[in-house]
Write a protein that binds this ligand. Structure first.
Ligand SMILES: Nc1ncnc2c1ncn2[C@@H]1O[C@H](COP(=O)(O)OP(=O)(O)OP(=O)(O)O)[C@@H](O)[C@H]1O
Ligand SMILES: [Mg+2]
Length: 366
């Protein structure tokens, strides 16, 4: 068993607090993805789990064992970096076996484990090549191979695919997914890529300035963000945030007044509001409708239209001058400069209070 648990884990670099008290449970065999803006502490947290960075305070356990005083090599973890860090003078085979040679494994054992890893990663035909004779994707597979042969209980990946082109990223993403299924190891994976996070993760951890904003399955985070930060971070294109006012109305409903005067009635979910409370209405571009549809209408003026074939994106201005984007089907048309009625479906709406906490998270997943 190799669950990873962090309790009130903190990291200071000099006077600067970078990780400010993280509590997290990653179950045995789980694929856990860390996301968050640049500089929020993803790599630092991963490096602390790997033992490459000391923990300032708090507790880290892997497989139930306290890791504070355990050297990186003895933690049962293997890390794969964005830069592949292969030895240029060694062949693929030597690169993959290097760690095992250092730890004194027998030639037979090294050969056996290398064979399993290179077959899994389809590197068997490239064993005698040097890194300079490989493509980026092949190099990254060698780096992953080097981790696999160590038979770690926990794999740690720090943006392993960000040096690859789009097509290769998709292919490697699928390969890492398969690897996870085959090895059933615990994996913690840092990425900037929304699609990687949504498709690979059992559990996503959203980090922001050294604290966890929310932990949940990809769809929980998409449909039920706790706050404005998570709502804005998860999902691409980004959720629209519209300034509005909200008042309690009949039967636990909330009446929201939209820019342009439209009225929207939302299920309140028990929220207690004073009359005319300033709120932020959140609604994703893909949930908005073109034309007089939905439960309320937002008058807008189109600034830019993008026709992508599979979908059309419209960037428009609302009555209060704020921006909104709408993702519509590929046949939808609206010319720049023209007026546009945008339909708002109540079930897809989120409401955030002045402090950014979610009051309402729509009815799509109820
Ligand atoms: N050795 C160090 N000394 C001082 N500050 C550091 C050190 N390493 C990292 N930091 C700071 O800690 C913060 C978190 O860095 P970290 O590398 O963990 O971010 P990240 O979330 O991985 O960002 P990115 O997405 O850009 O890789 C940053 O503000 C960074 O400048
Ligand atoms: Mg990083």
């Amino acid at each position: 068993m190799a669950e990873v648990t962090l309790r009130n884990v903190k990291k200071q670099f000099g006077d600067t607090a970078v990780i400010k008290g993280v509590d997290l449970d990653v179950s045995d065999g789980e694929f856990c993805v860390f996301v968050g803006p640049s500089g929020c502490g993803k790599s630092t947290l991963l490096r602390m789990i790997a033992g490459l960075e000391e923990i300032s305070s708090g507790e880290l356990k892997i497989g139930g064992q306290d890791m504070t005083m355990v050297a990186p090599a003895d933690r049962g973890v293997a890390m794969v970096f964005q830069s592949y860090a292969l030895y240029p003078h060694m062949t693929v085979e030597q690169n993959i076996g290097f760690g095992l040679r250092m730890t004194g494994h027998s030639k037979d054992e090294i050969a056996k484990r290398t064979k399993v890893a290179t077959e899994m990663l389809q590197l068997d035909a490239l064993l005698k090549r040097k890194p300079s004779q490989l493509s980026g994707g092949q190099r990254q597979r060698v780096a992953i191979g080097r981790a696999i042969v160590r038979q770690p209980k926990v794999f740690l990946f720090d943006e392993p695919l960000s040096n690859l082109d789009a097509a290769l990223r998709v292919q490697m993403r699928i390969e890492i997914g398969k690897l996870h299924q085959d090895l059933k190891a615990t994996m913690i994976y840092v990425t900037h890529d929304q699609v990687e996070a949504m498709t690979m993760a059992d559990k996503i951890v959203v980090l922001h300035a050294g604290v966890i904003e929310q932990v949940g399955s990809p769809l929980e985070l998409y449909h039920r963000p706790n706050n404005l930060f998570v709502a804005g971070f998860i999902g691409s294109p980004k959720m629209n945030f519209i300034k509005a006012t909200a008042s309690p109305s009949d039967e636990g409903k909330i009446a929201v007044t939209l820019p342009g005067g439209g009225l929207l009635s939302l299920n309140g979910g028990g929220a207690k509001l004073a009359a005319n409370t300033p709120v932020t209405l959140g609604v994703r571009p893909e949930h908005l409708l073109i034309g007089a549809k939905g439960d309320a209408s937002l008058p807008a003026k189109v600034r830019l239209a993008e026709y992508l074939g599979s979908e059309s994106m419209f960037y428009a201005s609302l009555a209060d001058g704020s921006d909104i984007s709408v993702k519509a089907d590929g046949l939808a048309k609206a010319a720049a400069g023209s007026g546009l009625a945008i339909g708002v479906p109540a079930a897809a709406c989120h409401l955030f209070d002045a402090s950014g906490q979610a009051i309402v998270n729509g009815d799509l997943t109820k």
